[in-house]
Design a protein around this ligand. Structure first.
Ligand SMILES: [Zn+2]
Length: 354
């Protein structure tokens, strides 16, 4: 005997249908999303179920109908028969449903991310080798505390996630968090390193980066839980440290920005990479309104040797020009690979000569 499908109810209710034959997709949750831009309600067309990882509502076809129409659950079947006819007769577009792997949960808003990451970092500590690494860069213990750097946790992630939830933190849509096969929230973590909060101009944590121990290439990576159940990916957020001023330094990498700001007092903006400019444009549009007019770029020296990086850098300067910023480039001694090395060496020499 043919049964009703969840898509019958979805089209009857006028809800968004899945695109491209997807078997799982997200729409605005009627219980916890106050804007259509937020989409937390997951509908699984293949399993005929829905579930919101944020507020926890879930159910099947009849529950979905009851949820949107306020029809008592036990009256739903009868009402569907009345409105749609018998399930065999419902006209359905013949569509092949391609089973998709896990679809990312959309990233939640900045306030929720900031609150959750702040609470998470408060539960973690900084290992001695990491502290020493940061001290070697010229940071003091006080600086480190202020910046909020912590060591990646190794175990107990489901326990921490549970604690965060009980404190009222949202975990859905916060990159790094996901559900285990047992359905428990956890935090994705498989590499040891230093966690770096990436902040907006109001000092709110947008996302976290990891400075990974024991790797040479791609030292910095976003904390992300993409491709995991109820997980989501990080965007290439821009990091800002220091108050908005007419002149800012622009560099690559949030940790470098933090170090340079701490050592020089300059306001520093950091892109995660020279080839990730989408978020930068958004950030600069806001900062320009706040009074930023001049940008000094300060990127690592492999700029001079790596064509790919040089090309991306050219695009970045084009963006600054198109946005009518005054800009220039800080040039430093090429013996130092990066700006923070240079600043540090410079300060150390100055200190010695005094
Ligand atoms: Zn919800």
């Amino acid at each position: 005997m043919e049964k009703f499908h969840i898509t019958d109810v979805i089209s009857l209710l006028g809800l968004p249908m899945p695109s491209n034959g997807r078997s799982s997709y997200y729409i605005q949750c009627p219980c916890c999303d106050d804007s259509p831009r937020n989409k937390h309600l997951n509908i699984n067309v293949k399993k005929d179920v829905y579930r919101c990882p944020r507020c926890g509502i879930y159910g099947g076809i009849f529950d979905l109908y009851a949820l949107y129409t306020n029809t008592p659950r036990d009256k739903v079947h009868k009402e569907l028969l009345k409105r749609l006819g018998s399930p065999e007769k419902v006209e359905r577009k013949k569509k092949t449903v391609i089973p998709t792997p896990v679809i990312d949960c959309p990233v939640t808003d900045i306030e929720a991310r900031h609150a959750t990451y702040t609470a998470l970092l408060a539960k973690l500590s900084l290992a001695q080798d990491h502290r020493q690494n940061l001290i070697n860069r010229g940071l003091s213990d006080e600086n480190i505390v202020k910046l909020g750097y912590k060591t990646t946790p190794v175990v107990g992630m489901t326990a921490i996630a549970k604690q965060l939830q009980s404190e009222g933190c949202y975990l859905a849509g916060v990159p790094g968090f996901y559900r285990t096969s047992a359905g428990e929230w956890s935090f994705y973590q498989n590499e040891r390193g230093i966690l770096i909060p990436v902040r907006d101009m109001q000092c709110r944590i947008q996302g976290l980066q990891i400075r990974r121990d024991n790797v040479e290439k791609r030292k910095f990576r976003w904390v992300s839980s993409t491709d995991m159940k109820d997980g989501c990916r990080a965007e290439s957020w821009t990091h800002i440290v220091g108050p908005v001023r007419p002149m800012s330094l622009l560099t690559e990498g949030p940790m470098k920005a933090d170090v340079v700001h701490t050592l020089t007092g300059l306001t520093v903006i950091a892109v995660p990479g020279v080839n990730t400019l989408t978020q930068l444009e958004k950030t600069l549009t806001v900062l320009r309104k706040e009074g930023l007019s001049e940008i000094m770029t300060a990127f690592d020296m492999d700029m001079a040797t790596n064509y790919y990086v040089r090309d991306a850098y050219k695009k970045l300067l084009e963006l600054l020009g198109n946005m009518n910023f005054k800009y220039g480039t800080y040039v430093w001694d090429p013996r130092y690979k990066g700006l923070d090395d240079f600043v540090w060496e410079y300060l150390l020499k100055r200190r010695k000569s005094q």
